[in-house]
Design a protein around this ligand. Structure first.
Ligand code: NAD
Ligand code: GLY
Length: 356
């Protein structure tokens, strides 16, 4: 297995995605860190307790421990980071090192995007979801009381250190949630990768380090290629939202936190595949197959009774990415080939009803 770092090559700047067991400890050696005037680690209490060596005071000038949880992905947490930087007289050449899952990465990244109009940051993602999705591509955001991820900025990291060994302590449900994004990558871009995931689900769930490293690398390659082609989501980057239109509606209607984001996306992948089949884009056998794979990774495939179809449709109509009253769905033209299509919500309602 190759251990070369992957690259996200953007028009303005490139950065590396180093995917290797044990690589997390290498972050202090990153060029961007060595060149920085000060190192500021942002993490949360859970990670600091589990991995003290990664966030040790000897490696940084300042360590900021946020509270753990999505409800702390807020302007208040960004203010905590900015205030600590100002008190420590950090200048524009300091660097933020985000060590944690997507919540820490998104919050620390947004703090970096906005401190003194932008300072560098690196990501050391510690959840599977963060390792294959949120740490790559430069989307940073915090939640607003009126909407999730509503306040944000595109701000690319200077480097990403992706260490599959950190996943050994991740709760099972969080691991499965990360696989929803991995299955999504295979569905939109790589049919052979889906075959491989299907054949290796047991080993991946058992956290075999070689299998996990392979999956993370392949997913990072797919995400990097899409971000390189469309950094600011004017087109094909939206393919990364496969399963998310249904998924976000499920999260909102069930109440944020009832299902993990990845659980909602897993169910959303099944619904989006079924919608593709009903539109004649893909063979109907694909629906049963995607359902089997999502289920094999211990993700839900049925819409819970407490989420009514009308409430889910209303939530889809509220999505900020809609065009002219039609909902923009990401669908499949084949396993391995995603497509973006505005469609009516009546069909989405039929699909939801078929998966009770
Ligand atoms: P998270 O950051 O809340 O982490 C999940 C839980 O796992 C937390 O309790 C965390 O403390 C714990 N944890 C993290 N690493 C651990 C480890 N190695 N061992 C044990 N426990 C560990 O959740 P997440 O799923 O990583 O991220 C979700 C967030 O990511 C959401 O806010 C979502 O909006 C965001 N997101 C952003 C992007 C993007 O492109 N920026 C993409 C997808 C999701
Ligand atoms: N998670 C979707 C994206 O990065 O575009």
């Amino acid at each position: 297995m190759s251990v070369d770092a992957l690259t996200v090559a953007l028009a303005t700047r490139s950065y590396s995605l180093d995917v290797r067991p044990g690589v997390a400890r290498s972050w202090p050696a990153a060029t961007a860190v060595r060149q920085a005037s000060a190192r500021v680690v942002v993490t949360n209490r859970t990670i600091a307790a589990l991995y003290p060596e990664l966030v040790a005071g000897t490696q940084c000038n300042l360590r900021i421990e946020l509270e753990d949880g999505e409800r702390y992905k807020t302007a208040d947490s960004v203010d905590v980071i900015h205030s600590a930087l100002l008190r420590a007289r950090c200048d524009r050449k300091c660097i933020i090192v985000a060590v944690g899952g997507g919540v820490v990465g998104d919050t620390a990244g947004f703090a970096a995007a906005t401190y003194m109009r932008g300072i560098p940051f690196i990501q050391v993602p510690t959840t599977l979801l963060a390792q294959v999705d949120s740490s790559i591509g430069g989307k940073t955001a915090i939640n607003h009381p009126l909407g999730k991820n509503m306040i944000g900025a595109f701000h690319q990291p200077s480097a990403v250190f992706i260490d599959p060994l950190l996943l050994n302590t991740l709760p099972d449900a969080e691991l499965s949630a990360g696989f929803a994004e991995i299955i999504k990558h295979a569905l939109i871009r790589d049919a052979a990768y889906l075959d491989w995931l299907e054949a290796n689900s047991a080993g991946l769930l058992a956290r075999d380090p070689e299998l996990l490293t392979h999956a993370i690398r392949r997913s990072c390659e797919i995400k990097a290629a899409i971000v390189e082609a469309d950094e600011f989501e004017t087109g094909e980057r939206a393919l990364l939202n496969l399963g998310h239109t249904f998924g976000h509606a499920l999260e909102a209607v069930l109440g944020f936190g009832t299902w993990l984001h990845g659980q909602a996306v897993g169910c959303g992948l099944v619904l989006a595949t079924d919608m593709s089949a009903r539109l004649g884009l893909i063979d109907s056998a694909a629906v049963a197959r995607v359902q089997r794979i999502v289920s094999a990774f211990r993700l839900p495939v049925r819409v819970p009774a407490q989420a009514s179809t009308s409430a889910l449709v209303d939530a889809m109509l509220l999505d900020k990415k809609n065009e002219g009253g039609r909902v923009r769905f990401i669908l499949l033209e084949a396993i391995g080939r995603g497509v973006i299509r505005p469609e009516s919500v009546e069909l989405a309602a039929q699909v939801i009803d078929a998966h009770r």
